[in-house]
Ligand binder design. Structure first.
Ligand code: HBI
Ligand code: FE
Length: 305
């Protein structure tokens, strides 16, 4: 996945492919100290602003597992969480822990950590002037967005399996296809809960604009998740998504974690990609997007440029 440059006034917090430009840190696994003592009052204030505006939006939008995970963690508005305290709760619940990294790390390093149930989390926080714009995943995206779901056993197993599968996919030249599965689930997934849709994806739940857009806006497609279809679907890294895929419940991730991807890579290889906006005759459609948001964006870009 890609963090790239985001017009993040619109877009969510996300992630990137290899961190080629970053200087190689002293540790071969790229970990650093969180350095919790070094956060400034302004850093904690930024966290508070982000935390409060997100938690106001989440009841009725985030799935129950996310809200429960958040309640069970020592994470609140007052200060940037101390990874040591978070890890006590997380280790006890699902055997996961956070490790601090300075930003994006190379794919292989990222997968190596996930395979060992270590989630690399940025130790820095975005600046107060860029609350909605992120080039690399920071501590708010990584901790607020991802850690509540890591308290859930299905998600805990799925992300570990992604780490294990990532190294294999790289060797097979199929990483792009696997990364799409992560993107459309862990980062931008929706699920069915009762009669409605709810958010479980970290990229949505950590983004002020996308939290409402993903569920309430008429623009994007909301389609039933289908593994092979998703493996062939490109995604946007620099703007709000054009399509969200919906799973029945988190147990569907458990099944995904146990899936052998090798035959799927073989089938998908050589078949054309789908565009982020495509709706196929074979899709189960919860909502067909109007694309109004994308049309307005295109119009304003044309006028400006
Ligand atoms: N590094 N810190 C960090 N966080 C990520 O989410 C991340 C990364 N490196 C690579 C990566 N994601 C993705 O490109 C892989 O999931 C494919
Ligand atoms: Fe993320």
């Amino acid at each position: 996945m890609q963090i790239a440059t985001q017009p993040f006034s619109q877009a969510p917090a996300k992630h990137g492919v290899a961190a080629d430009a970053a200087p190689r840190p002293a540790n071969p696994d790229w970990t650093v100290e969180q350095g919790w003592e070094h956060y400034s009052a302004a850093d904690h204030a930024t966290w508070k602003t982000l935390f409060e505006r997100q938690t106001r939006l989440l009841p009725g939008r985030a799935c129950d597992a996310f809200l429960q995970g958040l309640r069970d963690l020592p994470i609140d508005a007052h200060q940037i969480p101390d990874f040591r305290r978070v890890n006590t709760a997380l280790l006890r619940r699902t055997g996961w822990q956070l490790v601090a990294v300075p930003g994006l790390v190379p794919d292989a390093v990222f997968f190596g950590h996930l395979a060992e149930r270590r989630f690399p989390a940025g130790n820095f926080i975005r600046s107060a002037g860029q609350l909605d714009y992120l080039e690399e995943p920071d501590v708010f995206h990584d901790v607020f967005g991802h850690v509540p779901m890591l308290m859930n056993p299905a998600m805990a197993n799925f992300i570990q399996a992604y780490g294990q599968g990532g190294l294999r996919a790289q060797q097979l030249g199929q990483l792009a296809q696997l990364a799409r599965v992560y993107w459309y689930t862990v980062e931008f997934g929706l699920l069915q809960q009762g009669h409605g849709l709810r958010i479980y994806g970290a990229g949505i739940v950590s983004s002020f604009s996308e939290t409402r857009y993903a569920l309430d806006d008429a623009s994007p497609n909301r389609l039933r998740f289908c593994l092979e279809r998703v493996m062939r679907t490109r995604y946007r890294i620099d703007d709000l998504q054009e399509t969200y895929f919906v799973i029945h419940d988190l147990d569907e991730l458990l099944a995904l974690a146990q899936t052998d991807f090798a035959p799927l890579y073989a089938r998908v290889a050589g078949q054309p990609d789908y565009q982020p906006s495509d709706v196929l005759p074979t899709d189960t459609v919860f909502h067909r997007g109007t694309r109004a948001y994308q049309a307005a964006r295109a119009a304003s870009t044309t006028r400006a440029g």
